[in-house]
Design a protein around this ligand. Structure first.
Ligand SMILES: NC(=O)c1ccc[n+]([C@@H]2O[C@H](COP(=O)([O-])OP(=O)(O)OC[C@H]3O[C@@H](n4cnc5c(N)ncnc54)[C@H](OP(=O)(O)O)[C@@H]3O)[C@@H](O)[C@H]2O)c1
Length: 329
């Protein structure tokens, strides 16, 4: 099969290669998926760049965890009726050497989830990380029905979904921060009632004018290192600060506001969701996908051969939305 891979960490253009690899065969409990789309996420880019560790966990890595394709073979114990099923993939490259930047992937059948017919294939490559992260951030700890929610970075791959999920799951008012007019339009199209340019406006003033002086019930945070102090100022007593990203590896937190406000501070990584959390997010996602009223923002589509360029686009934040690679077309 045709695949993209790397055997050392470094700059995209220096380490990503294209080549042929043996076609993988499904073992017991596994499916083989002929991939059509592979999603590129910041996490894939950070691993390839060596930001987490310069030592590779496997001698060769086919990057990317998210993908979409069609089941074309099954291993022992898997219903042969799955052959021909359109599926989206999660954790394709998490703790595994061979992810979705290839013509085929073999993985436990649970990690290949049926994709509703009406949903475009490329969208399926944006669900495993961006959509499930956003959904878990909204659903966790009792959800957001009747609550006010601030989504930091409401035009990002995760943030754009988080705004939509918060609205569709009953939030009373969704506020999003952005950094440009283009991003403001994206956050509004996702359903944010109040959109604040955090580089040019006072987030605190605008947010309080929109939801009241008491602040918000939940914050879905993309960059805790940059926004922690502001978040603690804007959170209601007993509110949830749900952190899924940080622009810096370390940060300091002010103890007093955290403790007097009884803040519930939560961190999570989507790769390590507990089975019941993943099921809850997947089931809700399936329902929303079938309802057909989600807005998906696939901002760039490149062929697999241009994987280095795709990594650079994600790395440099050059596109507002998801970046996907087309495979085998
Ligand atoms: N925990 C998890 O499981 C998980 C899952 C997915 C992603 N992540 C992490 O979350 C981050 C975002 O991922 P993504 O795929 O959504 O990336 P993305 O598409 O690049 O979106 C990030 C968004 O955040 C905005 N932003 C950056 N700094 C900000 C700040 N200080 N305040 C408000 N907005 C800010 C960016 O726009 P501007 O820079 O123009 O403001 C951009 O719109 C990455 O660090 C990624 O590794 C974690």
């Amino acid at each position: 099969m045709r695949a993209a891979f790397y055997e050392r960490t470094g700059a995209a253009r220096d380490v990503l290669q294209l080549g042929d690899m043996p076609d993988p065969q499904p073992g017991a409990g596994e499916v083989r998926v002929r991939l059509q789309w592979s999603g590129v996420n910041p996490s894939d880019v950070k691993s390839r760049a060596g930001l987490r560790s310069s030592t590779l966990p496997f001698p060769r890595i086919v990057p990317q965890s998210d993908g979409m394709g069609v089941v074309d073979a099954v291993g022992a114990g898997v219903d042969p009726g799955r052959i021909g099923q359109r599926v989206w993939i999660w954790n394709g490259a998490w703790g595994r050497p061979f992810g979705t930047a290839a013509e085929f992937i073999v993985l436990p059948q649970r990690q290949a989830v049926p994709l509703p017919d009406a949903v475009a294939g490329e969208v399926g490559a944006c669900l495993g990380i961006p959509a499930l992260t956003a959904l878990h951030a909204v659903l966790m700890d009792g959800g957001v029905a009747g609550k006010t929610v601030l989504v930091a970075g409401g035009a990002g791959a995760v943030g754009h979904y988080a705004v939509q999920f918060a609205r569709r799951l009953g939030a009373r008012h969704v506020v999003a921060t952005v950094s440009s007019e283009t991003k403001a339009a994206l956050a509004r199209s996702a359903g944010a009632e109040t959109v604040i340019d955090y580089r040019r406006e006072s987030v605190a003033e605008r947010l309080r004018a929109a939801v009241g002086a008491g602040g918000v019930d939940r914050i879905v945070e993309v960059d805790f290192a940059a926004n922690a102090a502001l978040d603690l100022e804007l959170l209601k007593p007993g509110g949830d600060c749900v952190v899924y990203g940080s622009g810096a590896p370390q940060f300091t937190l002010p103890f007093f506001p955290l403790i007097v406000k009884n803040v519930r501070l939560r961190f999570f990584i989507v790769y390590n969701l507990a089975e019941d959390e993943r099921r809850a997010a997947e089931d809700t996602l399936q329902r929303l996908l079938v309802a057909g009223d989600l807005v998906h923002n696939v901002a760039a589509r490149l062929p697999l051969e241009r994987i280095a360029e795709a990594h650079e686009q994600v790395e440099q934040g050059r596109v507002a939305g998801n970046v996907v690679l087309s495979i085998g077309r």
